[in-house]
Design a protein around this ligand. Structure first.
Ligand SMILES: CC(C)(COP(=O)(O)OP(=O)(O)OC[C@H]1O[C@@H](n2cnc3c(N)ncnc32)[C@H](O)[C@@H]1OP(=O)(O)O)[C@@H](O)C(=O)NCCC(=O)NCCS
Length: 145
């Protein structure tokens, strides 16, 4: 772990993914409850149709070790999705680096509302970056296909 904290500096930020990175992302998705079962074809389509995406890649082994994607209109709203750090890299500060990278991206930094949804136990994590779950009167609504 100590090594990985230091080795974070060697990671490269990628704004598009190679075919191998997409394979690795799909594999990473299988490890989390809300992304489990995602297919390569659907993942590729979501990446093509979506807004800015962020991947951290370890040049040693060309390993995709963290990922987040967004959609935005560039002015009023940005949604942040699929924030994931590979299990072996968790607790090294990489999640924080990922959040700071996303939030400071020129396409997102001045957007009026940057939003995400998460389970209750993740609220303290996102509060570190100024997100609030205190939105009285607002409801999260969904219509499934
Ligand atoms: C959540 C996740 C991205 C955090 O990444 P990470 O690399 O472990 O986080 P970091 O090491 O950068 O931690 C940054 C800070 O957040 C805190 N933190 C990390 N995970 C946390 C959690 N689940 N809840 C609350 N705080 C958390 C750390 O203690 C650290 O705090 P500090 O700065 O006060 O020391 C990672 O655990 C992950 O990928 N989890 C599985 C996927 C997931 O649940 N994603 C979120 C979906 S909404």
């Amino acid at each position: 772990m100590t090594n990985l904290i230091q080795e974070k500096d060697r990671l490269a930020i990628k704004r598009s993914l190679t075919s191998s990175h997409i394979d690795q992302l799909v594999a990473l998705f299988q490890t989390e409850w809300w992304t489990k079962g995602r297919t390569r074809a659907d993942t590729e389509k979501a990446l093509q149709m979506g807004g800015p995406m962020f991947a951290f890649v370890d040049p040693e082994g060309d390993d995709l070790v963290a990922f987040a994607r967004t959609t935005t209109d560039g002015v009023y709203k940005a949604m942040i999705f699929d924030i994931i750090v590979k299990a072996t890299w968790r607790g090294t500060g990489l999640g924080a680096l990922l959040m700071e990278t996303v939030l400071n991206d020129p396409a997102l930094v001045d957007v009026k509302h940057r939003e995400l949804y998460c389970l209750e136990d993740m609220v303290p994590f996102y509060e570190k970056w100024g997100f609030t779950a205190h939105l009285p009167g607002l409801f999260f609504m969904r219509k499934s296909a």
